[in-house]
Write a protein that binds this ligand. Structure first.
Ligand code: MG
Length: 384
């Protein structure tokens, strides 16, 4: 298949790695973040790019699983990977024969974008190569035996990524001319006398290498939830907000301790995790929850979402109350909620507002609270 300018662009996706450094017992390209494996993220990006066909180089052990995933994509085939990265690329290049431009990509860089792929292809058409790379963020130094021997000028340092895209003929020639070990194709291309041309990559285009990468490498997998609650005010009840007892001449009425703020926060978490809401999980007909401290319900919900692999990213909540002034209690409320959410105070914001004497809140007939919660999916959870 040829693109509009007559060039046939083929990608070689390297899936020869194992899960050893990520702590997985299987090839990390088969690891799922959300509902998709790393390899599917990659194949989806290529399907939306100018690349017309994809060759996947996979180990024999993973061949069947990779083939099963590839089957739902058009113009994707699987070839044998090699013992080394170099050998895998060579096998891929053979299968890509006949193309004009070849895109080499790591199967463990799932967050590559079609835009970046196309940028490298454009550069390869113009200059013979297009190597995705980002300017170094950290200061890099050389060291030997624990002692720094050389400081490198950061302005000139770039961190190499893939895609690394080349004129097919030039890359084949480079492979024919050189042997030895190269960490990437840009190095081999340069060793053969060609000029690798940099294309500015994306910091999100991380290679999944360590267990931490499985978490932070998953920007696509956070979930937001919303909760809202109202309770009537009446005399003779304690006013409890976020687990904190607040002096007032009235308190909130309900089956539990009627902590309207904690209920809104709990519902926001349940909503983000796509679980039934607080009224379903803890029905007000259950004698066991009569008068219960709502922080215990929140704690139970935190355990449920944690079991599913979620951690609380942050919570933002607002209480609507005409009286009393809540500002002096906000610090204690935040600390109380943080204690149950097992997170630090910067991640739990609580604000309060009056209702300008309007409606049930303004007329002091009740209080309301709203909350949003961001949950982060923690894939390590499943590999424990
Ligand atoms: Mg409630």
């Amino acid at each position: 298949m040829r693109s509009s300018d007559g060039n046939d662009v083929c990608a070689v996706v390297l899936c020869g790695g194992t899960g050893s450094r990520t702590g997985l017992s299987y090839n990390k390209v088969l690891y799922a973040i959300g509902h998709k494996t790393l390899l599917e993220y990659v194949l989806d990006a290529f399907a939306k790019s100018c690349v017309s066909r994809v060759v996947i180089a996979a180990n024999e052990a993973d061949r069947r699983a990779v083939q099963a995933l590839a089957a739902s994509y058009e113009n994707v085939c699987v070839v044998a990977g090699g013992d080394t990265r170099t050998r895998s690329v060579q096998n891929g290049l053979q299968a890509a024969a006949g193309c004009d431009i070849v895109v080499i990509h790591d199967g463990a860089r799932p967050f590559v974008t079609p835009r970046l792929i196309d940028d490298t292809v454009r550069a390869a058409k113009a200059f013979g190569s297009g190597i995705a790379a980002v300017p170094a963020v950290d200061t890099v130094k050389e060291a030997e035996n624990g002692v720094i021997t050389k400081s490198l000028c950061r302005d000139k340092l770039w961190c190499m990524q893939t895609p690394q895209t080349f004129s097919y003929a030039q890359l084949c020639d480079a492979y024919a001319k050189t042997d030895g070990t190269f960490t990437d194709d840009a190095e081999l291309f340069a060793a053969a006398g060609y000029t690798p041309h940099i294309v500015t990559g994306e910091y999100e285009n991380k290679k999944i290498t360590t267990p931490a990468d499985l978490v932070v490498g998953a920007p696509a997998y956070t979930k937001i939830g919303t909760g809202f609650d109202v309770h009537p005010l009446c005399a003779g009840r304690e006013l409890i907000l976020g687990g904190v007892h607040i002096p007032h001449d009235k308190g909130l009425q309900g089956h539990s301790d009627a902590d309207v703020l904690t209920h809104a926060v709990t519902d926001a978490i349940l909503s983000a995790a796509d679980l039934p809401d607080i009224g379903v999980l803890f029905p007000d007909t259950d004698p066991a929850t009569e008068g219960i401290d709502s922080l215990l319900l929140l704690q139970d919900v935190c355990r449920r979402v944690s079991d599913l692999g979620y951690t609380v990213g942050n919570v933002s909540a607002v209480v609507l109350a005409q009286k009393p002034k809540l500002m002096p209690h906000i610090g204690a409320i935040r600390r109380s909620l943080c204690n149950v959410l097992q997170t630090d105070e910067s991640r739990v914001n609580v604000s309060a507002t009056t209702a300008e004497h309007l409606g049930i809140v303004g007329e002091e007939k009740g209080m309301a609270a709203g909350a949003s919660c961001l949950l982060t999916y923690d894939p390590q959870h499943n590999s424990k």
